[in-house]
Every structure is written in structure tokens, then in C-alpha cells.
Design a protein. Structure first.
Length: 553
């Protein structure tokens, strides 16, 4: 009988049974003079002792503002030191921090604040060219639960508190009162809500506990062999688990340093930060690493201090992974896989895995986590080597979607398995390869085509910088393959050149019928291509509206 696609992560290191605030205090006591955070754009550098002082002042200010255990505190801001202060301050008082996507505008902002019942909001004054203060004035009349809004920066805005004025409220609450509040918190308490619109549409609030994200951050750091001597250049957004769990929590739990190169991703700023701060780690989604590798001044930067890092957030192209390891000195670069609902990481490569494992898989199961791969039609565990839906179980599974029992029961079954919606294959050695989304899978004339497989092949074309493959409707075959391609600079292949490159190398059914040369994709802030939007655009551009109306079984 073939071995089944099931794995559990054993570990001699136990799970942490503490709140984030308690663990943070222990790290501060151990590494008080180690740099905790360095913000290059803000020119602000804090040791763990200094960060702890700022966190406790903010925590007392929230208490003075009437924030009780379980109340929701929103943060709507790009990356900065204040973001981290709010993260740890809310954890210390048992408030549930609600991460608001910096790209949200009035409708999306109002929905997330209303759905989660945010009572206090911390917001940046603006993001890129968007006036946050103006948007807040527009939506405030429809948000009766929102009692107080704090705007970061030096300017004072009528009707809002400045950050400095907010921090002054800390004088109204004693440190003993803060200690009393922290003492009644439990590590299973909800501590974070993250809205997961992702690539599929309407956002749901994944609710995570201290236990969820503190342990996940710790074991991510363990896989990277982190110590107090490590420094990470962190250009990924804090509002997402990539920034606040893989980033801030993974390094805090090991006494390491967070380097914020800029408010939002800028390849030059990231390369400069690595060189100036002698970072040992760098994070990014694949598109970020591509932008850094292709920056015209890439060769001018000394990246020799880099050792490790994480590439995650979207499928990692093999060719890009090889270049990062070779050209950026990241010999212990790890790949992570997961989802917000699982805190987020369930699979990760080891620091000493060979290149084949690090370019062809998302790694092995994390400690204290179970996974199985099932046939999505009947729920049975499939043999290893067979594609099916990946399910995860353990400490990392979210508490549920905030105020959404129906969505929670659809995602988490009665045995507490989280159904990811991702198609995966478990190899004989237990390592897993993600081959696509169940909804992304293309069925052409009865043949199952996994877009990831076609994308990986097209990445080997010398003219292609990036590629996304989707299915579009077809009257004869049900679906056809469509490739959106971003070309390298000064490259001008034709549609037929791309198809000729494919012929004889991949199955005929996988060769794209439609090719769209593009300057970019509709993306989430975390760098995931929104394939459902790409499909909608392609249907319109190709005139396939009638085919899209054809009903299929």
C-alpha cells in the first residue's frame, strides 16, 4: 500500500505558553542594549530597552483612552516604528489589533472598521498620493463605534489626536495598572484580526491568538537559525503576516534587529539598507527580489553580509530563487508556505536544505503542525505523489473569521482541519510542492492543467521577466490557457516566438493559446497576482463574454 500524504512535525522544543507581552519582556531583559528596530526613512533607532519604554507608554495611553481587553484597535499605515509599537502595546493590554491594508480606500476601510467594531484607530496622514485624513473625514459619520482616531506625524489635524498628544495620555495611567491588566491575559486570547481578501474577493477577518502568532514567529526563526546577532531588512508590509509574524515576531523572539528600509517597497532603499546596516537577512515576495536583481545599480551594493531570508507570499519561480542564492549571497534563504488563517506558516525549507529542495518545494512540515492532502471530491487522503487539497491542523489554525460563523465552518471542519484551497503534492521525503489553487486549475478538454507548472517552464525563456498563467473560457474545450507575460527590458518576442519555445518541451495542451504582453498585473499589496481580475480583463479584451456564460458541470 502506498504511503499516504500525511505528515506531523515533531520537535524537542515545546510550544511557548505565554502572551506576546510576557515573552517580549523576557527578550528585553535578555538583550536590553541590542538594536530592536532601525527605521532608515524615519532616522529612528531603538534598542530593546528603548522600544520597551515606548511600548509601555503607548499601552498606558490606550488604557487612558478607554481601551479594554478584547476591544479592537485598528492600524492603517505603511511600515514605520509606530506600527511595531502599536503591535506590542495592544498585546500588552489584551486589545485586538486590526490590520488595515494601506491600499484600502473609503469603501474598504469603512467595511473593515465596521465589521470588526474598531473603537480606536491609529492612521498615517497619507499613503503615497492618497490623503488618509480626507478619507477618514468621509467615512467617520458612518462609524459610530469609532471613538478616537490618532494620526501619526507632527501635524495636528482638527478632530484627531496627534501621536505625541496620544502618548501624553500615558501619564493618566500608572505602570502598576498596566501590569495588573497584563497579568489577567491568557495566551489563547484573540490578539489580531487580519482581513484576507487575497485573490478571491470580499475580505474576511482571520482572528489570531497570542499562541497562534507568537509560536509561529518563533519556529520560523528557528528554521532560519536566527540569533541576537541577526538583522533583517524588512520591506514587506507589516499589515500582513509576512511583515508582522515572519518579520517582527520571528526576530523579536530571537533578540534580532528589524531594519525598515522605507515605508513601502523600494528596491534601491532595500539594497542600501542591507549594505549600510550589514543585514544578515532579507525578505520579499518574488517580484521584490526580481526588482532588486534587475535594479541598474545592483552590482554596486555590497550584499556579502546576507546569509538568510525568506521568499514567500506568492509562488517562488525556480530561476529567481537560483539567482537570489547565487547573486545575493543568501545561501540559507528559506521558502515559506502558509496562509493568514494558519498564522501563517505551515511549511518551510531548512537553512541547510540543498538547492533542489529549496527551488522545487515549499519545504517540510513545521514543528507541532499536522498536514494532509486530500481528494477534494471525497475528502480521502491521497497517496504521496498525487495532487490534492492541502489541509493543516494544530496550534497555528486561527480561532475563526471575526463574526462570520458560516465562513469559519466552511474553512475549518469538525476535526479542526483548515482547508487551504491550495493544490499540493507531497513527495516521498515529506516535502511539499504547491501546484496551484483549486479554483485556478485549468480544465481543458478534460485535461487538468496546473498554471504553476506552465509558469515555471515559461520562466526559463531568456526574454521573460515574469509570467502569470490563467484559464479563460472556450466554447470547444471549456477553457484555454492564457499567459500574461512581462518581458525583460529591450526584449520583443512575438506570440509565436513564445509558442515555438514551448513546442516539443511541454504538452501541447499546456501551450498558451492566448498571450498578453503586459507591464504589470493587478496585485494585492503583498505581491500576489489577482488572477480573478486578470481573467475578467482577458475575457473582455479577447471578446469571450459569450463563452463565459456557458454553464459547465
Amino acid at each position: 500500500m502506498p504511503e499516504l500524504s500525511y505528515a506531523s512535525g515533531s520537535s524537542e522544543v515545546p510550544l511557548i505558553g505565554e502572551t506576546i507581552g510576557s515573552f517580549f519582556d523576557r527578550i528585553v531583559a535578555t538583550y536590553p542594549e541590542t538594536d530592536a528596530v532601525v527605521s532608515k526613512s524615519q532616522r529612528w533607532r531603538l534598542t530593546y530597552r528603548q522600544l520597551h519604554d515606548e511600548v509601555e507608554r503607548a499601552a498606558r495611553a490606550f488604557m487612558a483612552s478607554g481601551v479594554e481587553k478584547g476591544d479592537r484597535v485598528g492600524i492603517w499605515s505603511p511600515n514605520n516604528v509606530e506600527w511595531m509599537i502599536v503591535q506590542y502595546a495592544t498585546a500588552k493590554i489584551g486589545a485586538i489589533m486590526v490590520n488595515i491594508n494601506p491600499a484600502y480606500r473609503a469603501h474598504e476601510l469603512a467595511y473593515s472598521l465596521r465589521q470588526s467594531g474598531v473603537s480606536v484607530l491609529v492612521a498615517a496622514p497619507k499613503f503615497r498620493q492618497t490623503d488618509y485624513v480626507g478619507i477618514l473625514r468621509e467615512v467617520l459619520p458612518d462609524l459610530p463605534d469609532l471613538r478616537k482616531t490618532i494620526v501619526l506625524g507632527d501635524e495636528r489635524n482638527e478632530g484627531f489626536l496627534s501621536w505625541a498628544d496620544f502618548i501624553e495620555l500615558s501619564d493618566l495611567v500608572s505602570r502598576n495598572a498596566l501590569l495588573e491588566r497584563s497579568a489577567v491575559l491568557e495566551f489563547d486570547d484573540p490578539i489580531n484580526i487580519q482581513y484576507t481578501s487575497g485573490t478571491t474577493g470580499f475580505p474576511k477577518g482571520a482572528t489570531l491568538s497570542h499562541h497562534n502568532i507568537l509560536n509561529n514567529g518563533f519556529f520560523i526563526g528557528e528554521r532560519m537559525l536566527l540569533t541576537e546577532h541577526d538583522k533583517v531588512c524588512l520591506p514587506v508590509p507589516f499589515y500582513h503576516c509576512f511583515g508582522m509574524v515572519l518579520g517582527t515576531l520571528a526576530f523579536m523572539t530571537h533578540g534580532g534587529t528589524i531594519v525598515i528600509p522605507s515605508e513601502t517597497f523600494d528596491p534601491k532603499a532595500s539594497l542600501e539598507a542591507v549594505q549600510e546596516e550589514q543585514c544578515t537577512a532579507l525578505y520579499g515576495v518574488p517580484t521584490m527580489f526580481i526588482a532588486e536583481l534587475e535594479h541598474p545599480d545592483f552590482g554596486d551594493y555590497d550584499l556579502s553580509t546576507l546569509r538568510t531570508g525568506i521568499m514567500a507570499g506568492a509562488p517562488c519561480p525556480e530561476e529567481i530563487m537560483r539567482k537570489v542564492v547565487a547573486q545575493m549571497h543568501m545561501r540559507q534563504l528559506t521558502i515559506c508556505y502558509g496562509m493568514t488563517e494558519t498564522s501563517p506558516v505551515s511549511f518551510q525549507t531548512e537553512a541547510d536544505d540543498d538547492l533542489e529542495h529549496r527551488v522545487a518545494t515549499v519545504g517540510s512540515i513545521h514543528p507541532h503542525v499536522e498536514c494532509k492532502i486530500i481528494d477534494p471530491d471525497n475528502g480521502q487522503v491521497v497517496p504521496r505523489g498525487t495532487a490534492g487539497e492541502l489541509c493543516s491542523r494544530g496550534y497555528l489554525v486561527m480561532l475563526g473569521y471575526w463574526n462570520n460563523l458560516d465562513a469559519t465552518s466552511e474553512a475549518i471542519d469538525q476535526a479542526r482541519w483548515m482547508h487551504t484551497g491550495d493544490l499540493a503534492v507531497m513527495r516521498d521525503d515529506g516535502y511539499v510542492n504547491i501546484v496551484g489553487r483549486i479554483k485556478d486549475m485549468i480544465i481543458r478538454g478534460g485535461e487538468n492543467i496546473y498554471p504553476r507548472e506552465v509558469e515555471e517552464f515559461l520562466y526559463t525563456h531568456p526574454c521573460i521577466s515574469d509570467v502569470q498563467v490563467i484559464g479563460v473560457p472556450d466554447a470547444k474545450y471549456g477553457e484555454e490557457v492564457c499567459a500574461w507575460i512581462i518581458l525583460k527590458e529591450a526584449q520583443t518576442p512575438t506570440d509565436e516566438d513564445i509558442r515555438n519555445f514551448c513546442r516539443g518541451k511541454i504538452a501541447t495542451v499546456k501551450i498558451p493559446r492566448y498571450i498578453r504582453f503586459s507591464d504589470g498585473y493587478p496585485m494585492t499589496v503583498t505581491g500576489k497576482a489577482q488572477k480573478y481580475k486578470m481573467r475578467e480583463i482577458s475575457i473582455t479584451e479577447l471578446g469571450l463574454q459569450s463563452e463565459a456564460k456557458i454553464q459547465t458541470a
